[in-house]
Design a protein around this ligand. Sequence first.
Ligand code: SAH
Ligand code: MG
Length: 217
Amino acid sequence: MSDPVEEYLARLFGAEDAVLASLREDADRSGLPPISITSATGRLLQVLARAIGARRVLEVGTLGGYSAICLARALPDDGPLLTLERDPAHAGFARRWISRAGLAERIEVREGVALDLLPALDGERFDLVFLDADKGPLPIYLDWAIRLLRPGGMVIADNALWGGRVLDPGEDDADTRGVREFNQRLANDPRLTGIVVPMHDGVGVGIVKQPGTEGRV
Ligand code: SAH
Ligand code: MG
């Protein structure tokens, strides 16, 4: 982390407790890709979750459980978080650290490919959906999020700037197209009030409007 703004924010707001710091070290030692959210982004997720009074959260893309632990800590004591992960080694690692964080009762790591697992959630209601898995299907994940969120609920996507590739007209791979379309929907979908916060690799945020208010911001 060499960006001075990131360093400043991490120092001010993002201090990791012993569990999160050890999780990160263990993830590096164990060869997990170093792509979990930053500590400051964890703080942003917590502020957003608290702002909407989130009780029930769905995450897509667990990795080692870092963001799941951050989010669960912003929920009420009985607030559950369900997180979907296709890689069994990542899921196992995450479960171990979720236990060490004392959150095993509240966080469920469900193993499988997200697009296979999401249909079973149809009819359930979440307050917040955090998308942080593969980028190509982001528009489909957004459709699911809108379907599963309560009015006033929030969808958040990490990597909304995708390393700057979304701004580069020369980039046109499936992942970049997925992120671009997701951002366009945040900007233009009449059911959402959205923005991309340019923190770290970009954090896309959208609120699902109350029915009947689609014509308003
Ligand atoms: N949210 C995590 C980081 C997630 S990294 C954190 O900040 O701590 C992305 C994760 O998504 C990886 O573990 C990867 O295995 C998983 N993943 C990628 N594509 C997926 C899919 N289609 N379904 C479920 N999990 C997926
Ligand atoms: Mg990410």
